[in-house]
Write a protein that binds this ligand. Sequence first.
Ligand code: BGC
Length: 400
Amino acid sequence: MKKKLLSVLLAATMVATLATGCGEAATEETETTAPAATEEKADDAAETTASGEQTVGIAMPTQSLERWNRDGSYLKEQFESKGYAVELTYSDNKIDQQVKDIEGLIADDVDLLVVAAVDGESLSQVLADAKDANIPVISYDRLIMNTDAISYYVSFDNYTVGKLQGEFVIDQLDLKNAGDKTYNIEFTAGDPADNNAGFFFNGAYDALKEYIDAGTLVVPSGQTKFDQVATPQWDTKNAMNRMENILGSNYGDGKTKLDVALCSNDSTALGVTQAIENNYWGDVKDVIITGQDGDVANLANLVDGKQTMTVYKAVANEAVATLDLGVALLNGETPDAGLIGSAGWSFDCAYDTESYDNGTGVIPSYLLVPTVVTKDNLQKELVDTGYYTLDDNGYPQATN
Ligand code: BGC
């Protein structure tokens, strides 16, 4: 696997716009980068080292969901900073495209694959090819199902993301002391093709279940099952349309109040917020709306009081964990919990060998810790940490 260029060049055929907002990227293509000639030779074998001739293939799902733009650029930056060449692909949320992208990376003889799947169930065949070619595969953020080609999984604790959302609602409404009071809630979950989506939903639902069972939380639509509340492709419009229907059918009398819109992430929260603004008699600022990711549009809504919280996942750290794991794999090691100590990360991470079974067995996982962000701690958690700056109007803008 040593066919790599060693000159300094951005041999890039990057045609797609690196859309950092929620805009649609018209076409999503491949960015190819060769390693810098000035790459540093690492002096400590236990540290991150680079052969200078190895290439990392990174397959991301789409640029139309904001976070993956950040993941792609952080991952690329991390591996390049250690002298690896990087090939980065985005697949426009299309399964066939991602299969092709990964086939291309295998044909290019990459030495490591980092894959965030469009559809966790659809990569078994192409990853069997990766395995045949002895290319280790890291399942990035989303668990890839039904393949034994995956060596490791790097993500955040997905169940905890949902749990934090549920617990936030419990605190905001002081449900423990609710007495006879009742509140109305509607759920919006993620893409059924994304293994994470069930974890997020279950984390939130499990936290709230006792209050639903007790009748303190009421779901006027009656939609409480993941399949009923899921949002194909995590798409903002899909989430908006569904919520507009729910509002029309269940809250149209001008007095039934929506207290909580529990949304699994920011792209769905954005659609739900729009639906509430379009098709609900009350004020969106009186509805508790949850999210996840810290997308720029949602942070603006946080500042404006339209969204109440987001669960932030520092994808910059997820990239660092992936780098150190990737380097260990490229060096032929079999990392375990010890990697966390030896890597000396400044962030918390758990090594989990129980929670994520992809159908072929449990995949060893490195799970980072998510954080609740509200209007009140946004400065401390997102701006002081350097992930975002505030523009002249006080709205957060991503720094990467
Ligand atoms: C990620 C979330 C993201 C969602 C949609 C999930 O797999 O974990 O952070 O909001 O995909 O992009």
